[in-house]
Design a protein around this ligand. Structure first.
Ligand SMILES: [Ca+2]
Ligand SMILES: [Ca+2]
Length: 178
């Protein structure tokens, strides 16, 4: 596995690994969902939606490529599972859905865009270093209109998961060393 890709994935795992046992389990994903609701102050239907789409990503079924990832019980197993699914079309579809659902929750007035303040809910859910939030926001804003569209947000995540070279995309904050 390429070193840069590994560092990105380790940084991502660390962001999702709320209980800090080294890998992202089912509980971590659901606790991120609850944190997302809390930080975003979502209530009623929007809170239910958030639970629903995180749960959807974890659905037990033989064709859910995420299953292998969340069932890993060590970071190295998890990295192998992510590597194995990185070009899997159904995994990519699920990923697009999850990030587009997150976008729609953040875009609470359904304007089709995120302002920097709305985007901060994502950043703070993962407790990322606040000093780098604006840098990442600007990196994702490829058409330079000062807002993040759904396409920019989802594409930024897809780009982050790719193994190819670095466009200084820091979707989960500064890269960790390993
Ligand atoms: Ca964990
Ligand atoms: Ca934009």
């Amino acid at each position: 596995m390429p070193q840069l890709w590994l560092r990105k994935m380790i940084t991502m795992i660390d962001a999702w690994d709320l209980d800090k046992d080294g890998y992202v389990g089912y509980d971590d994903v659901m606790n991120i969902a609850y944190k997302f609701i809390q930080v975003g102050k979502f209530d009623g239907n929007s809170a239910d939606n958030v639970i629903e789409f995180y749960r959807g990503g974890l659905k037990h079924s033989s064709d859910n490529p995420f299953e292998e990832i969340v069932q890993s019980t060590s970071m190295s197993d998890q990295l192998v599972a992510i590597w194995r699914t990185k070009d899997n079309p159904s995994a990519l579809k699920l990923i697009c859905k999850l990030y587009s659902d997150m976008f729609k929750a953040l875009d609470r007035n359904a304007t089709g865009f995120l302002t920097f303040d709305q985007y901060l809910v994502f950043w703070n859910t993962f407790n990322l270093d606040k000093r780098f939030a604006k840098l990442q926001f600007d990196n994702m804003d490829t058409d330079l209109d000062g807002k993040i569209s759904e396409e920019e947000f989802v594409n930024a995540y897809l780009d982050y998961r790719k193994k190819e070279d670095d466009k200084l995309n820091r979707f989960f904050g500064p890269l960790l060393k390993y």
